[in-house]
Design a protein. Structure first.
Length: 261
């Protein structure tokens, strides 16, 4: 009896999967959450200062909004517990939540430094660890039991200006992604990262408003425009789906050509 031909489009489906997307009240996180829901996933939408209720409402009945402060050392566990109570498990974790502090390096306080590292790097490890503990019992060699996608940055590769803590944290995210991928690949977990280029979000409002910096940035981007949140959705879906089951430990740039120039 002939086997059913492989349909690559089906490998992008996320039916019966539960995804947790941190920092999904707006911007990149909201676009990712909506994309995963369109592929069939139930989505836990996380926010902190701004609740993710609008994103959850846009998705509909297969989504719920959660609130937790990832700047707190207990925030990750608080969030994961809430999501487990609602959905029972997590199959896909998108570590998107982040913060940035702009100042001359000699003026950055230790409190500012530690807050950026806690949100951008430590909470990523904490949530990944919690997710892996949930996923590993369902997996094994050759089995896809979970996906972890971290949001890195161009500053995972470059130093940036006036953002030392952010650059350090995003460099750490890239290396953490590789380290976790090495350890968890045999368990059926793929860990990857996306490094967005310059996207038009609230985090880059100051740069967009600065006429000189805005021009310098656009002159460097071969695509000659700022990225829009939806430009990240396809990459996030790919790395969250069975289509990427043999992809792990990679940092995928989505930058309009910035790193290739």
């Amino acid at each position: 009896m002939p086997t059913k031909p492989f349909n690559v489009l089906e490998s992008f489906r996320l039916d019966n999967k539960v995804a947790l997307v941190t920092g999904s009240a707006s911007g990149l996180g909201a676009a990712i959450a909506i994309a995963l829901s369109q592929a069939g996933a139930s989505v836990a939408c996380h926010g902190n200062r701004r609740a993710a209720t609008e994103t959850a409402a846009a998705i509909g009945e297969n989504a719920a909004a959660f609130r937790a402060d990832l700047a707190s050392t207990t925030g990750a566990e608080d969030l994961f517990t809430q999501v487990k109570e609602k959905f029972g498990r997590v199959d896909i974790l998108i570590n998107n939540a982040g913060t940035i502090h702009r100042a001359a390096a000699e003026e950055v306080t230790l409190d500012d430094w530690q807050q950026v590292l806690q949100v951008n790097l430590t909470s990523v490890f904490q949530l990944s660890q919690l997710a892996a503990r949930d996923m590993i019992p369902r997996g094994g060699l050759g089995t896809n039991c979970g996906k972890i996608v971290n949001i890195a940055s161009l500053l995972s590769f470059q130093g940036g200006i006036r953002v030392p803590a952010y650059a350090a944290s995003k460099g750490g995210v890239a290396q953490l992604t590789k380290a976790l991928a090495n350890e968890w690949a045999p368990t059926g977990i793929q860990v990857n990262a996306i490094a967005p280029g310059y996207f038009a979000t609230t985090n880059t409002e100051a740069l967009q408003a600065d006429e000189t910096r805005n021009r310098q940035i656009l002159d460097r981007i071969p695509a000659a425009r700022w990225g829009q949140p939806e430009d990240l959705a396809g990459a996030a879906l790919y790395l969250s789906s069975p289509a990427s089951n043999y992809v792990t430990g990679t940092v995928l740039t989505v930058d309009g050509g910035w790193m290739g120039r």
